[in-house]
Ligand binder design. Structure first.
Ligand code: IPM
Ligand code: MG
Length: 353
């Protein structure tokens, strides 16, 4: 197979972890006889510095034409002025919206050998295997109006949390389809005791659930969900939720896996293409030191092979190699070890079968 993959290294540790994933993809290509063509484009802070825009048109066009997109991270202190009108994160949000990738899949598995790396008690972590399906192109991130206004002698700021039925329906339906391939349980997370958008979410979810009588549905309020994620994470299989709740809960869920650096994600539009990125940010504090954990991005590359290219075997090979490397003691600093990004990547490539 031949595939065109757009690389968006971005800012901070982004370039380091993307280059690690490219090495793994190249090794997989060689082993399985595929040719991956990579082209690199600008997004985020580095794009602002070089072009004035966090998402140059050439970048979005290249991503639309690609078979898949692999992104590192965007943002950093250099562009963090809250008064700035142009921000790196606008590049990422524009990309998600521009590609229409409404479904963000964030799987969380706890590797037995990493239980010690998590601050949680081991008995809570054994057997955790859940996936968060985060709505990615709606809600507070995109709702209008979104602005600041001067009135009665002070600033007022507003963000808008809006969802329409079709937006809820497509993401919830995807969650149910995923659950069918797993343990057949969907936990829909909302704040229906307070928010109108959540009450609509709940209604639509109940409607979708009727099409999946073999799947169990529960509704969980987001505050309870936050608590349950750390008290009884095993009780979750598929979690589906709106954009902002999903953002918050997945950082919390990363604690289960031992480090933010472990978690991959896939953002899909239900048609073609796909955007793949680790859930961690640009980690400016360790950028350029060669010590970032590449696993989140390497596992994102595995998801890319699975979901965008249909290369199931190859994706599994990467996951197994990561599992083996960890089982055999390979650790970057965030996991309490000393391996550099390149040494960890090498340890994984050596274990590809
Ligand atoms: C994430 C990140 C982004 C988000 C930021 C960088 C805009 O936190 O992918 O979870 O909030 O979606
Ligand atoms: Mg986040």
């Amino acid at each position: 197979m031949r595939a065109n993959i757009v690389l968006l290294p971005g800012d901070g540790i982004g370039p380091e972890v993307v280059s690690a994933a490219v090495q793994v993809l190249e090794a997989v290509g060689q082993r399985f006889g595929h040719t991956f063509e990579f082209s690199e484009h600008l997004v985020g802070g580095c794009a602002i510095d070089q072009t004035g825009s966090p998402l140059p048109e050439t970048t979005l066009d290249a991503c639309r034409a690609a078979d898949a997109v692999l992104l590192g991270a965007v943002g950093g202190p250099k562009w963090d002025d809250p008064r700035a009108s142009v921000r790196p994160e606008q590049g990422l949000l524009g990309l998600r919206k521009g590609l229409g990738v409404f479904a963000n899949l964030r799987p969380v598995r706890v590797h037995p050998a990493l239980i010690e790396a998590s601050p949680l008690k081991p008995d809570r972590l054994e057997g955790v295997d859940l996936i968060v399906v985060r709505e990615l192109t709606g809600g507070l991130y995109f709702g209008q109006p979104k602005k600041r206004e001067w009135s009665d002698g002070q600033y007022h700021a507003v963000d808008t949390l809006e969802y329409c039925e079709s937006e809820i329906e497509r993401i919830v339906d995807l969650a149910f389809r995923l659950a069918r391939q797993r343990r057949k349980k969907v936990s829909s997370v909302d704040k229906a005791n307070v928010l109108e958008s959540s009450r609509l979410w709940r209604e639509v979810t109940n409607r979708v659930a009727q099409r999946y009588p073999d799947v169990t549905l529960e509704h969980v309020l987001v505050d309870t969900a936050a608590m349950r994620l750390v008290t009884s994470p095993r009780s979750f299989d598929v979690i589906v939720t709106e954009n902002m709740f999903g953002d918050i809960l997945t950082d919390e869920a990363a604690v289960l896996a031992g480090s933010m650096g472990m978690l991959p994600s896939a953002s899909l539009n239900g048609r073609e293409g796909g955007l793949y990125e680790p859930i961690h940010g640009s980690a400016p504090d360790i950028a350029g030191q060669g010590i970032a954990n590449p696993i989140g991005t390497i596992l994102s590359a595995a998801m890319l092979l699975q979901y965008s290219l249909g290369l199931e075997q190859e994706a599994k090979a990467i996951e197994r190699a990561v599992d083996r490397a960890i089982a055999e003691g390979a650790r970057t600093r965030d996991l309490g070890g000393y391996l550099s990004t390149t040494a960890m990547t090498q340890a994984i490539i050596e274990r590809l079968d």
